[in-house]
Write a protein that binds this ligand. Sequence first.
Ligand code: CA
Ligand code: CA
Length: 172
Amino acid sequence: MDAEDLYQRRIADRFDAFDQDGNGYISREDFTTAASRLLEAFETPFRSEKGQALAVGAEAFWQGLAGIADVDGDQRVTRAEFVHGAVKRLRDNPERFAEIARPFVCAVLTVADRDGDGRAEVAELERALRVLGVEPHTAALTAESLDVDRGGSVDKEEAVMAFARYFVTKET
Ligand code: CA
Ligand code: CA
């Protein structure tokens, strides 16, 4: 398997992360599902400031992804649309991906920021990732690696860029 195949496979795996309800395509429901799972797990009311920020971020993320990848405009991003549309247009451009993901990722970090100091606690972020379907081992590694200064918490902008790189950068 060459580098190109590996890259395509990696992106195909990312598709599964987006398809939160596992019905084989990405749609607005996957983003609202992710948001409600998270709010429920963190006992955060939908109508709270954090809840609203997450809902707005989820919608913006969906709109951004659909704008890039929903080629036929049926409000569903199929695996093929994701791999060909999103991959081609975002390739090696994590900044562009970060732009559309930023409000959602920041809102997730805010939900995981229990003490309200503007940074998400590592253990809470790990829990949030698990709620979003990330495997426990990967969730732990990811949360820890984002705690750059080992201070026990994670900066939002660092998380946004790490998330974007994870999804679109060719090299690991
Ligand atoms: Ca889905
Ligand atoms: Ca479509």
